[in-house]
Write a protein that binds this ligand. Structure first.
Ligand SMILES: Cc1cc2nc3c(=O)[nH]c(=O)nc-3n(C[C@H](O)[C@H](O)[C@H](O)COP(=O)(O)OP(=O)(O)OC[C@H]3O[C@@H](n4cnc5c(N)ncnc54)[C@H](O)[C@@H]3O)c2cc1C
Length: 457
């Protein structure tokens, strides 16, 4: 049995940050990670020739100050997302090229409708108290309806509605009918509004760390050092008056407190003794993750740039629903990232690997021309098959959950404390939110022990 001050469960950004800050504060820590790798929902793979590919979370944007602080701490530079040239939208088989966030080449009615709805969403977001979205004046009303219902009632132009549904529901990797409208407003507000969440330049996909997310999480793990244990899925967390006992199949850790950072969608895979309070227990049953496939298609060079295209494109429901230039900071090779979310991701996931690749490349060829048919590498990551993520990108709240159970999101249960991006009031769902939650949990456990006079730091 290992005896430490704190046991951190999970070595994604939340867990690594919590452990790092606790170590820096002079406390002893053990981190237990289920997978044989660190990073969780971020996962940078290095391919032949040193090409690095982010198979999970990749982009950062303004306002994401805590991930940027970590990058400064470890000397990781960033580079700007390529956004020159036109983006492309495909509606009913017709391609529209446009600049900026809104496809101005759609009908004037659709464009006007999009603009109005965008502004309205921004205004509604301003009414959400981030620390307690369930206390928003219209929380009960918005938590009774899904995103789909709100879009049905408020977006009259069909193409505008389809585009918004794809873009917004895509953030939750689910059908719009599955997600509470209150949760949508809250998650958008926590990132600073719809412009941040749905935008690229000066928004959520503004930049990337050079070397990928691995360039940040690896040096963090080095600093956490031998306290980090891989391939140790936590099965049981028992708590008593003095501490917690955290058990994997091979090891037992005794600590004063545990910081659990696993996604809400998988948190009930752990057995808690005694059982957690009812609101927390039920929250674990009520915050699922959606489906997302992220595919990196590698070409000798980013040929679309010479054709005046940014690489950004969208075609609701297709096998290449969203694309974005995901090349590194080097000039070659060119990497097109294909993201397919929600029902379309599940449909694609049911195909054989060969058929899926064929469907994706055929879509890309229609959109970007014959050069798209012959990639030099093709890397696919299906997050629905990840036991310890439960899907991606984040666990969301269906209708009724935030108002009934939201207060349990951050509230510790005795000696079990909660982190993970879903528990962050700011940048909820993003890597930055994960970092913030880890820092908050580290402060929380130290403060809780100081309060009862047992902290030996
Ligand atoms: C495809 C995709 C694209 C994304 N794109 C972006 C992006 O561009 N920008 C951005 O900011 N965010 C993005 N995100 C979201 C971002 O990756 C997450 O918000 C963030 O990584 C969550 O970190 P976390 O530490 O909270 O959770 P996780 O990364 O999920 O970490 C939890 C850890 O707990 C471990 N674990 C689970 N169960 C157990 C157990 N029983 N015992 C021990 N360990 C356990 C897991 O293996 C994991 O390592 C994306 C996510 C995905 C999937």
């Amino acid at each position: 049995m290992t005896d430490v001050d704190y046991c951190v469960v999970g070595a994604g950004f939340a867990g690594l940050t919590a452990a790092l800050r606790l170590k820096q504060a002079g406390r002893s820590v053990v981190v237990l990670e289920a997978r044989d790798r660190i990073g969780g929902r971020t996962f940078t793979e290095v391919r032949g020739g040193g090409l690095w590919i982010d198979r999970g979370g990749a982009w950062i944007g303004p306002g994401q100050d805590r991930i940027q602080a970590l990058m400064s701490e470890f000397g990781v530079p960033s580079y700007k997302q390529y956004t020159d040239g036109a983006a492309m939208m495909v509606v009913d088989g017709k391609q529209y090229r446009y600049q900026g966030t809104i496809p101005m080449t759609m009908s004037p009615w659709a464009v006007a409708n999009l603009g109005t709805v965008f502004l309205e969403l921004g205004e509604l977001c301003k009414t959400i108290p981030l620390d307690a979205p369930w206390e928003a004046k219209r929380a009960a009303e918005w938590d009774r309806i899904s995103l789909a219902k709100w879009l049905d009632d408020n977006v009259l132009s069909k193409p505008a509605r389809e585009l918004l549904e794809m873009a917004i529901a895509g953030c939750y990797t689910s059908a719009a009918s599955e997600v509470s409208f209150l949760f949508v407003l809250y998650q958008m507000a926590s990132g600073g509004g719809p412009g941040f969440v749905l935008g690229v330049k000066d928004a959520a996909q503004d930049a990337r760390p050079v070397g990928g997310m691995r360039a940040i999480y690896e040096p963090m793990a080095v600093e956490v050092g031998r306290s980090l244990h891989l391939s140790q899925p936590v099965r049981v967390i028992e708590q008593d008056a003095e501490g917690v006992t955290v058990c994997t199949d091979q090891s037992t850790v005794r600590a004063r407190r545990a910081v659990v950072t696993v996604p809400l969608a998988t948190a009930s895979q752990i057995r808690y003794e005694p059982m957690l309070p009812v609101d927390r227990s039920m929250l674990h049953q009520r915050m699922p993750s959606g489906a997302i496939l992220k595919i990196a298609v590698v070409y000798d060079e980013p040929f679309w740039r010479a054709d005046g295209l940014s690489g950004q494109s969208a075609a609701p429901g297709s096998a290449a629903m969203v694309t974005i230039d995901a090349s590194t900071d080097a000039l070659t090779p060119g990497v097109l990232c294909v993201i397919v979310e929600g029902p379309a991701a599940r449909a694609l996931g049911r195909m054989t690997a060969t058929d899926r690749r064929g469907a994706v490349l055929s879509e890309l060829t229609e959109r970007f021309g014959a050069s798209a048919a012959a990639p030099v590498d093709y890397v696919e990551q299906d997050w629905t098959g990840e036991r310890y993520s439960g899907g991606g990108m984040l666990s969301h709240a269906p209708t009724g959950v935030l108002t009934e159970f939201g207060a349990a999101l951050r509230e510790s249960c005795g000696r079990v404390h909660w982190a993970g991006t879903e528990s962050s009031a700011v940048m909820c769902g993003w890597v930055d939110g994960a970092v913030r939650s880890g820092e908050r949990a580290a402060r929380e456990v130290i403060a809780a022990d100081a309060l009862v006079g047992v902290d030996r730091g």
